[in-house]
Design a protein around this ligand. Structure first.
Ligand SMILES: [Zn+2]
Length: 353
């Protein structure tokens, strides 16, 4: 079963965590064992693991974030630095493309031809992993005029906020709406065709952004607040609004977003399994009355490792187990294919028509 994963921070892992993503997961874990406490957990995601799991398309981010030990230094101290650093992450993706390891998909023609090429994938273990370029947070957008510049450099999706407040608005863990330049940023995104990722927007920003922005909307890696309290998850009211906008919502696999009360570094990893994660898909499907708005946005390389994932996931290749769990819950083959890849592909075909 082909899988579309709508949220991975591949270049960030390659550059900020100095991981060679052409290696197997086991090689990275063996190497990093020498540096306990200095790495974001036991790696689960590399290109060989993506291929093993038939994860043939991803949304891959530019993530302007680094030093994680001291919170105030997590963000670049200037937007110019963040902008420049993201040229480095972009160069990593482009070099992977030159090497035939990845394929950048920035319009519907490229998307369709990549999907055609995936038909031969089973017998071709070196096939490139397709990716659509996104940016998590707008720290590397020095002012709204850079939206068009980024679009011309290949960026197709922007999540205006990440953690905490930003010059454009508020993100996860902070309260408040858009700031002075936020509306201009959103109008510029609308004008150039940059898709809006609502994941990480504060509640006020979520509603304000959807009032201003008229284009296609996605929630790349986002679970249900009915199942897990907290502003990182979507309320049912937010989900209903996203359904009206024909959005797709990607299931995130970070344990604290799957199970209420799960505490990083404290809760026994064995207490969360993939079936718990699938409960979030199930909740949204029941709310929607259709499976068409659910997908996967694993975030499996988002600054944590196996110790913060469902215990029955060893590497990202185990995303395949989600199809089996859906099947056990009597989802039809068509619905399962939609959740595993089809709904995201349809979303981009609509968005890029
Ligand atoms: Zn995130």
């Amino acid at each position: 079963m082909l899988i579309f994963d709508a949220h991975l921070d591949l270049a960030w892992n390659a550059l900020e965590w100095n991981r060679d993503l052409l290696q197997p997961v086991s090689t990275i874990r063996d190497f990093e064992q020498q540096f306990p406490g200095c790495v974001p957990g036991d790696a689960t995601t590399t290109l060989p693991a993506l291929r093993k799991g038939n994860i043939g398309i991803v949304i891959a981010t530019l993530l302007p974030r680094f030093e994680r030990t001291h919170a105030p230094r997590t963000f670049y101290q200037s937007r110019v630095s963040a902008f420049a650093a993201m040229q480095g992450q972009l160069a990593w993706y482009r070099t992977m493309c030159d090497a035939g390891q990845m394929a950048e998909l920035s319009d519907v023609t490229m998307l369709n031809s990549h999907i055609d090429s995936l038909q031969n994938r089973v017998s071709d273990s070196s096939a490139p992993v397709g990716f659509i370029l996104s940016m998590e947070g707008s720290w590397a957008v020095p002012d709204p005029s850079y939206v068009e510049r980024w679009y011309n450099m290949g960026l197709r999706i922007l999540g205006p906020a990440h953690y905490g407040p930003d010059d454009y608005g508020h993100g996860t863990g902070s309260e408040g709406g858009l700031k002075e330049k936020g509306p201009e940023l959103l109008r510029e995104m609308d004008r150039v065709g940059m898709l809006l990722d609502v994941t990480h927007l504060s509640d006020d920003c979520f509603w304000e952004a959807l009032d201003i922005y008229t284009g296609p909307v996605l929630a790349s890696h986002h679970n249900s607040r009915t199942l897990v309290p907290g502003d990182r998850q979507l309320t049912d009211e937010q989900v209903r609004t996203l359904l009206q906008r024909d959005a797709v919502i990607g299931l995130a696999l970070d344990s604290w977003m799957i199970r209420p009360g799960w505490v990083r570094g404290k809760t026994d990893p064995q207490t969360v399994c993939l079936a718990d994660a699938v409960d979030h898909i199930d909740h949204i499907c029941q709310l929607a009355g259709t499976t068409k708005h659910c997908g996967i946005g694993s975030d499996l390389d988002g600054g944590f490792g196996k110790e913060q994932c469902p215990h029955d996931l060893e590497t990202i290749a185990d995303l395949q187990k989600i199809a089996d769990i859906l099947s056990e819950r009597d989802y039809s083959d068509d619905d399962i294919a939609g959740i595993m890849h089809g709904n995201w592909i349809d979303f981009f075909r609509r968005a890029w028509g």
